[in-house]
Design a protein around this ligand. Structure first.
Ligand SMILES: [Zn+2]
Ligand SMILES: [Zn+2]
Ligand SMILES: [Zn+2]
Ligand SMILES: [Zn+2]
Ligand SMILES: [Zn+2]
Ligand SMILES: [Zn+2]
Length: 324
């Protein structure tokens, strides 16, 4: 993580005098920075010859906070015991984490609250905005076509620990690996299973423990890993399916001659559109019909007369989970 600070300090260096810049940090129309001391003698950007139009507020904030951070740390003495060295080591880790936190705060888009990656634009008053929003929430001023290159480089270098570290995940992430937390194997899952009266089980934990939980607490439920599964739909059943890094629950309910099903994605509702279930109904090994449904928490009935034959001992439903 010390690399993050190194990269950040490099970006805070003035391209002309090579001193660390402190506010105000001037920003040219194209997105290059210059320290205010050099600005006194230079009227146009030495890199692109464009005018300086505003200040790089995000970079100023990062520069200020890193300086403050180092001011709060006691200088090491000349006579250090092994304990002092250990303390210094710990301090380094704390600083590295804090630097990343400072950066992440500045690269969070004020409009959509997502972390901004390249390209990052800025408004005429120097506020940064992400590419998707491209508008300024702070001052509502027009956004220029200039890119905040320094902030883009710093954003790419920021590292942080997976939010499930208390659950056992040791992964160090960058903003380019943001999907890790979605798919982290230490992310707690809620048990999706219901009892006979429709009350959801209250267990939650990491997915590895979940398999153990199902085997001991829901003995009639099947746990399956993979995208392809064959189900016998003559009986009511629950099947937990781990596929495509997600957890699904496929339930079959045979009631008064009707066959109901529920195929649900156990996870953020936004992700429902990303998956589908392609089904083939077979009788005696022959495909009778093929149909597709998407995940939903609601019970549905298998339609049409195709299930009149459900009592046939050879009827099977082959389920294949796919990305849409
Ligand atoms: Zn300078
Ligand atoms: Zn320039
Ligand atoms: Zn945004
Ligand atoms: Zn603005
Ligand atoms: Zn993780
Ligand atoms: Zn449970």
């Amino acid at each position: 993580m010390a690399r993050t600070e190194e990269i950040t300090l490099k970006e805070i260096e003035c391209p002309v005098c090579f001193e660390y810049m402190s506010p105000p940090i001037m920003l040219c129309r194209r997105g290059h920075n210059l320290c205010h001391t050099c600005r006194k003698d230079i009227s146009k950007c030495p890199i692109c010859k464009e005018k300086f139009i505003t200040k790089n507020l995000a970079l100023e904030e990062i520069a200020n906070k890193i300086k403050l951070l180092h001011n709060t740390i006691p200088q090491p003495s000349n006579h250090r015991s092994p304990y002092d060295l250990l303390d210094e080591q710990r301090t380094k880790i704390v600083i590295a984490e804090e630097v990343s936190r400072i950066i992440l705060r500045e690269v969070k888009c004020k409009v959509c609250q997502n972390y901004s990656l390249s390209p990052i634009y800025f408004c005429v008053n120097g506020h940064s905005t992400c590419n998707a929003c491209k508008k300024c929430r702070t001052c509502a001023g027009p956004v220029t076509s200039g890119r905040n290159f320094a902030l883009e480089t710093i954003a790419r270098s920021a590292e942080y620990q997976c939010r499930y570290r208390d659950f056992g995940c040791a992964s160090i992430l960058t903003l380019l690996q943001a999907q890790h937390e979605d798919e982290c194997e230490y992310k707690p899952v809620m048990c999706p299973l219901f009892d006979a009266v429709g009350v959801r089980c209250s267990w939650s934990g990491i997915s590895q423990d979940f398999k153990f939980h199902v085997m001991h607490e829901h003995v009639s439920c099947r746990v399956f890993e993979g995208t392809f599964i064959s189900l016998n739909i003559r009986y009511s059943s629950n099947t937990v399916i781990f596929a495509l890094n997600k957890m699904f629950l496929m339930s079959i309910l045979v009631k008064n001659g009707a066959v109901l099903y529920r195929f649900n994605l156990e996870g953020p509702a936004d992700d429902i559109d990303k998956y589908k279930c392609v089904n083939r109904l077979l009788s005696g090994g022959d495909v009778i019909t093929t149909f597709v449904f998407s995940p939903s928490p609601k019970w549905k009935e298998f339609y049409g007369g195709i299930f009149m034959d459900c009592s046939s001992p050879t009827i099977m439903l082959n389920v294949c989970i796919q990305k849409t």
